[in-house]
Design a protein around this ligand. Structure first.
Ligand code: DCP
Length: 231
């Protein structure tokens, strides 16, 4: 009947084609997530979502990433609100492939970056409360399944050197201590599970990522089999 056809259309709109397996690649700033995603994009049936950082550098001509680094107390909420939106869009994006791989997640945005800004005194308690309310509502009301987290585990020193090498304008003033705090939060979150539970139930694959590019490509190849088996 026409009624059923309409129901089917509405159903498709609110339930877009979900992949069978959703992977998030996590790690410190400059840990090599993009290289990892690029590598896996060559595997058929894995759809890789392009990195959202280009959006954070340019939303309608504005650069909230640069503003946040210039004055975190003023612009931290602005950037993190937008990061949360772009992450939500990526989590919900439908794909024809059976495996979807994305860079970071709405979970690390909250448990690593928002947490770090707050703990370091750069985010007002009211901004932290508002961001947390949004996060809690989104994650309790919308299904955002994550099946596997690939954690690129690096030393903060390695990330610092890579950061200096790539010389991204917005990131020029990032001190080593900032990378150390992000690293500690990642270890607490994913390895020690001490300050927030990863989205459950989730598999964790830790890849040591301090090596040079050639060795990393080798490690990705080794891990490709394990990841495909997990799928
Ligand atoms: N960022 C932030 N808040 C978030 C997520 C990221 O402030 N919730 C910042 C940290 C970086 C920039 O955004 O300055 C880009 O971060 P990513 O680590 O996600 O991207 P990279 O390109 O640095 O990753 P990689 O070098 O591992 O490919």
């Amino acid at each position: 009947s026409p009624f059923c056809a309409l129901c089917a259309v509405v159903w498709c709109l609110i339930h877009p084609a979900h992949p069978d397996f959703q992977i998030c690649v996590e790690g410190n700033i400059a840990s090599g997530k993009t290289t990892c995603l690029k590598y896996f994009s060559k595997t058929s049936d894995i759809q890789v979502l392009t990195e959202p950082v280009s959006k954070w550098k340019n939303v309608r001509g504005q650069n909230p990433l640069a503003l946040m680094y210039q004055d975190p107390a003023r612009w931290g909420l602005t950037l993190q609100t937008y990061v949360q939106l772009t992450m939500l869009v990526n989590h919900l994006s439908s794909t024809a492939a059976s495996v979807k791989m994305m860079e970071r997640s709405i979970f690390s945005a909250r448990h690593i970056f928002v947490e770090n800004l707050f703990r370091s005194g750069k985010l007002a308690a009211v901004d932290y409360a508002v961001l947390s309310e949004w996060f809690d509502w989104i994650t309790s009301s919308i299904s955002l399944p994550v099946d596997l987290i690939v954690y690129l585990q690096t030393s903060p020193q390695t990330c610092y050197e890579r950061l200096k090498q790539r010389c991204r304008d917005e990131e020029k003033a990032i001190p080593l201590e900032y990378l150390e705090s992000i690293h500690q939060l990642y270890e607490d979150w994913l390895v020690k599970c001490s300050h927030a539970a990863p989205p459950a139930p989730v598999l964790l694959q830790v890849i040591p990522a301090d090596h040079d590019l050639q060795e990393m490509l080798h490690l990705y190849e080794e891990n490709r089999q394990k990841i495909l088996t997990a799928c």
